[in-house]
Design a protein around this ligand. Sequence first.
Ligand code: AHM
Ligand code: MG
Length: 340
Amino acid sequence: MNSYKITTLNDFITLKQKDFPFAKGELSNLLNHIGTAAKIVNKKINKAGLVDIIGRSGVVNIQGENQQKLDNFADKVFTDALRTSGECCGIATEENQNEIVFTEKFAKKGKYIVCMDPLDGSSNIDYNVSVGSIFSIYRRITPRGEKVKNEDFLQEGTEQVAAGYVIYGSSTMLVYSTGNGVNGFTLDPSIGEFCLSHPDIKTPDDGKIYSINEGNYIFFHEEIKKYIKYCQEKDEDSGRPYTSRYIGSLVSDFHRNLLMGGVFLYPQNKKAPKGKLRLVYECNPIAFIAEQAGGAASDGKKRILAIRPKSIHQRSPFYVGSKNMVRKIEDFIDERKRNN
Ligand code: AHM
Ligand code: MG
């Protein structure tokens, strides 16, 4: 008889908790709440086009970007799920200028804070292109029972206790790490559960895909223009020319490169002098996953996870993916190495 053994996200989280002898189940409970919120967001996204949920909400967020109705929806679903989990004492998201401090008695005792982009790539949503949710979990610094402060949200990426993303694509997947490798779960809509489908994900050290918005070419600095040329040159030993793939949705671009090998670039440029992506809730969680899968993430000079954020919405140049490809970009950016 065939075996139909499946491991659901909840089973897996519970199993993994046993690896930490003193764990009290708080992080597991928090992760389960994120999984449930992701299913609610997924359901809504699947109905986009059928119900009045696509298009702009009419609000311009703190970043000066047009908020989509689904941005608001996802923001609310994740915030409510984290607030009621009892494990989370505050949350910072792309849609809110300041961190949201949970003041309910049970939430104030929560051990963790969460930073997230509830719906990344949302400008694609009206056109049925994959989008994602990104999350990052830290232990609070302020004592339990007190209100969390801004500094709790400004920890270096190395302090993350867990991070992950959900990709709402041709199938919906949740990929996460607690610092002990990366595992991916695919949502089985027939039973409404995330099931382990990609255990212990490892990314190739080298790849053949580069992902960058080449429409910004004229705004790029010289070193990035040179790197793009390098990707396009013929060199059989290293498999060049590489393939260019760019969806314009970080989670989707990263996810493909994670599995296939490749590099994603969002450099600073003359239009976006500090880059576009946000360090705290976009770069850090994705960098954590990349490193845990054997890849790398850099701002061009420094390891992303070692940068101390100064503000919640701080932007950073971002280069992430296969280790050797990220190192190559750093060499192009390092003038001394480039000129040798
Ligand atoms: P968002 O958080 O407002 O959706 O913006 C982030 C998105 C990323 O998903 C994607 O990598 C990038 O912006 C695309 O930017 P561009 O359109 O400039 O290439
Ligand atoms: Mg985003």
